[in-house]
Design a protein around this ligand. Sequence first.
Ligand SMILES: O=C(O)CCC(=O)C(=O)O
Ligand SMILES: [Fe+2]
Length: 334
Amino acid sequence: MKNFESYPPVLRHLDQQPPNPDPDEKSDPNQDPDPVPVIDLGCLEDEKKKLEEACKDWGLFRLVNHGVPLTLLNKLEEMSKHLFSMSFECKEEACSGTPVTYFWGTPALTPSGTALTRGPQNINWVEGFDVPLTQLSHFNSHLPTLESIRLLLKEYETHLSRIATTLFKAMRKNLELNLKPSKSYLSEKTGMVRVYRYPHCSDSSVGWGMEAHTDSSILSILNQDQQVSGLQVFKDDHWLTVKPISSTLIVNLGDMMQAISDDRYKSVTHRVKINKHRERISICYFVFPGEEVVIESSKYKPFTYNEFRAQVQQDIKAIGYKVGLARFQQNEDC
Ligand SMILES: O=C(O)CCC(=O)C(=O)O
Ligand SMILES: [Fe+2]
């Protein structure tokens, strides 16, 4: 049954059904076999063409042979479930005064962790923790669950930054980009992790787990719930469910990758659906360009990631949504 005290008050919807392990909920029968392109990290040289196509046509792919131990993925998921099952007040208190931000109802935060929402009608059916990875070592928690997650994330970070760097190197080579060698277009220091829980809810009118968006990152690497689906990707004018497949990771290309590639690669639009019967956990790693990097391309005015982020925050506050790269287009006046 639902553990109400663990949910932020705005997500304690009355019309809740008990969890139902109905296998039909887990997969979409119209979507067999899974159409998402699969890339093998162990043989990127041989996968060059496939990687190029996935980046151009999808902006998203499934990564296999990535070298992250399955035991680590499982432990992270299990510990995250444990963390979310604690009372709302306890989660709030555990993070106060630490570099970790606990948020709910919106994934849009300022760098200092303030939530950017449009009001109660635009609640996203999600709660999460935002963890800046460089600050993990300064984060001491008296809560054993948080301390376990901290240690797991330290290990996870070494794998995820290895994967992101390897993929970015291959993409850069494929694109034959003439980038300045000294600049960190993908800066491992900027790596952050978000751990999400999407409560189940039988009333789909409450909205989305996460509304349709593109990520602002260079790359985002998602370790999604091994059983409960929810992530959908917009492809050829349709929304497709990205199936949960154990031990695989999902890589999204973000806005910074699209700009660096001069729009040859695509920052993919995606969203998260609420599951009627089961809550869903996902763990997402994001990586960005270094502060000093000016992104130059033929399509956009030169900008830094900080300028991009400031514009996104200004738009969310002023008009309620992210405009994104369109704000920086060469012919955009404002
Ligand atoms: O939880 C998911 O599956 C996706 C999360 C996501 O899109 C994001 O954090 O930007
Ligand atoms: Fe996203």
